[in-house]
Design a protein around this ligand. Structure first.
Ligand code: BGP
Length: 451
C-alpha cells in the first residue's frame, strides 16, 4: 500500500527505459519495411555526424530478446518504445498492415509481458513514410490524418489487451520540417497547419483508443526541459512568459479542450490562418489526453534580447549550472520545478518518459565506471521523489532515455551514450554490437529493488 508521506516511491511506480525505433532497431530495409523520412534525411550530405545513419542502429531488431532480458534483470516494469510506421505501412497508403512488421512488435510486446514489463508505445516518434512526405508534404496535408488513424486502428486491434499506455506523438512542441513532420517548408503557416492536423489526429486516436480499449491511457510526449528568466527585470519576465508559451501551446491545446486564448495573438503575429473543417474544434474539446508525458534533460534561460532557435526555444545558459560535454546544463532541481509546473497547469497524471545524461564512456575491462551517470540520476531521483512525496505531484513513472546505448538523434553519434548497458559500436559503425553492463547497471537495479 502506498502512502503519500512514505519515504520511497509509490509501490506501483513505473521504472524503465525509453527508446525510439529509428535509434535502436536497425534492419532499415528488412521484412518489407518501407522508406521513412529519416531514411532519406540521413542521406542528405551534412545532416548527420560524418554521414552516420540508423541503418543498423544498435541492432535491436535482432537482439530485442537480449535487450528485454537486461531490462528485466534491472527490475524494470515498463519499456517505452516507438513504432516504425513504415514497417507496418511501407508507404502509408496500403490498405492492410504488413504482417512481418506487426509480428516484430508483437514479439517484442510478448517478450516484455513474459517479464511483467508494461509496454508504453509511442505511435509516432518523429517518423513518417517518405511516400507521404514527398507526395502529400507530410502532416501539412489532411490526408495524413487518415493514414495515421489507419496505423492506430491496426495497432489497437492487434495489441488491445496487451498494451495499456499509448502516446500519440513524441516531443510535439519541438518538431518541425522534413525530419519530423515530413513537410518540406518550415514557415509558420505550414508548421501550424501541420500541427492542426496532428491535434485532430491525436484527438481521433484518443477517441478510437477509448472505444476499442476501455481503461487504456492515452498521452502525448512534450519536450519540457525547464526555462528560467535570466533576471527579474520585467522585460525578461515577459520574454519568459511568451517563450514558455511557445512550448506549452501544444499541450494546452491537447489537454485543456482546444486552442488557448493566446493562440490568437501568436497566429496574428506569425500571419497564420488555419484551415479547419467543421467539427475540428469540438474534437479537441471532447477528446483531451488522459496523461501528460515529457522529456527533461536540462534547463536554459531567456531574457528580453534572446534570439530563439528555429524551433522556438531559448538556449541561453545558466551561470549557476554545470553542463555535459554536449553543453546540456545539468539541473536536478529543475526537474522538481517542471513536474510542479506541469501538474499545476493540467492536474492530470504526469510521467517522465525521457531523462538522462549523454556522456563519453570509457570502455575498459568489459565495463564502464560511470560514476558521473550515477550522480546525475541520484540527484534527479531525489528531486523527483520530493516532487511526489513533499509536493504531492501525481507522477506515475520514469523511463530513462536509452538504458541500452543507442544512436543520438540530434547528432547521429554513437559516442553520446546514455545507457546502463554499453553497446560495442563506434561512430563509424564498427564493433561487435555486444552488450556490457556498466557500473550504473547494478546501482539502478538496487534503486528499483529498494524503491
Ligand atoms: C529527444 C528525442 C529523443 C532523443 C533525446 C536525446 O529530443 O525525443 O529521440 O534522442 O532527445 O537527444 P540526443 O539523441 O540528441 O542526445
Amino acid at each position: 500500500m502506498y502512502f503519500k508521506d512514505s519515504k520511497g516511491f509509490p509501490s506501483d511506480f513505473l521504472w524503465g527505459s525509453a527508446s525510439a525505433a529509428y535509434q535502436v532497431e536497425g534492419a532499415w530495409d528488412s521484412d518489407g519495411k518501407g522508406v521513412s523520412n529519416w531514411d532519406k534525411f540521413v542521406r542528405i550530405p551534412g545532416k548527420t555526424f560524418k554521414g552516420t545513419t540508423g541503418d543498423k542502429a544498435v541492432d535491436h531488431y535482432n537482439r530485442y530478446k537480449e535487450d528485454v532480458a537486461l531490462m528485466a534483470e534491472m527490475g524494470f516494469n515498463v519499456y517505452r518504445f516507438s513504432i516504425c510506421w513504415t514497417r507496418i505501412f511501407p508507404t502509408g497508403e496500403e490498405a492492410e498492415g504488413n504482417e512481418l512488421g506487426l509480428k516484430f512488435y508483437e514479439n517484442v510486446i510478448d517478450e516484455l509481458l513474459k517479464y511483467h514489463i508494461e509496454p508504453l508505445i509511442t505511435i509516432c516518434h518523429d517518423e513518417i513514410p517518405a511516400y507521404l512526405a514527398d507526395h502529400y508534404d507530410g502532416w501539412s496535408s489532411r490526408h495524413t490524418i487518415n493514414c495515421y488513424l489507419k496505423l492506430c486502428k491496426t495497432l489497437f486491434e492487434r495489441f488491445k489487451g496487451k498494451v495499456k499506455y499509448w502516446l500519440t506523438f513524441n516531443e510535439l512542441n519541438v518538431v518541425k520540417g522534413y525530419a519530423q513532420m515530413g513537410t518540406h517548408k518550415i514557415d509558420s503557416q505550414t508548421h501550424y497547419q501541420a500541427m492542426h492536423h496532428v491535434f485532430v489526429a491525436s484527438s481521433l486516436a484518443t477517441k478510437m483508443a477509448h472505444e476499442m480499449m476501455p481503461g487504456c491511457m492515452v498521452g502525448t510526449m512534450y519536450a519540457m526541459s525547464g526555462l528560467y528568466p535570466l533576471t527579474c527585470k520585467p522585460e525578461d519576465m515577459m520574454a519568459h512568459m511568451n517563450t514558455r508559451r511557445l512550448s506549452y501551446f501544444y499541450a494546452d491545446t491537447m489537454v485543456t479542450g482546444g486552442y488557448p486564448y493566446y493562440a490568437q495573438a501568436l497566429f496574428e503575429k506569425e500571419g497564420v490562418v488555419l484551415v479547419k473543417e467543421p467539427g475540428d474544434d469540438d474534437l479537441l474539446k471532447e477528446y483531451p489526453l488522459d496523461f501528460i508525458t515529457f522529456s527533461y534533460y536540462r534547463t536554459t534561460t531567456v531574457n528580453a534580447n534572446t534570439k530563439l532557435n528555429i524551433i522556438g526555444l531559448a538556449m541561453d545558459l545558466n551561470p549557476y549550472l554545470e553542463a555535459t560535454p554536449w553543453g546540456w546544463p545539468i539541473d536536478p532541481v529543475g526537474l522538481r520545478y517542471v513536474m510542479n509546473e506541469l501538474y499545476d497547469r493540467y492536474k492530470k497524471p504526469i510521467m517522465i518518459v525521457e531523462n538522462g545524461m549523454g556522456e563519453i564512456d570509457h570502455f575498459e575491462d568489459d565495463t564502464v565506471i560511470d560514476d558521473y551517470r550515477i550522480r546525475y540520476l541520484k540527484d534527479h531521483f531525489k528531486n523527483m521523489k520530493d516532487a511526489i512525496n513533499i509536493d504531492h505531484v501525481d507522477c506515475i513513472g520514469y523511463t530513462m532515455w536509452g538504458a541500452i546505448d543507442l544512436v543520438s538523434l540530434s547528432t547521429g553519434e554513437m559516442k553520446k551514450r546514455y545507457g546502463f548497458v554499453y553497446v560495442d559500436k563506434n561512430d563509424d559503425g564498427s564493433g561487435t554490437y555486444n552488450r556490457y553492463k556498466k557500473k550504473s547497471f547494478d546501482w539502478m537495479k538496487e534503486v528499483i529493488a529498494t524503491n
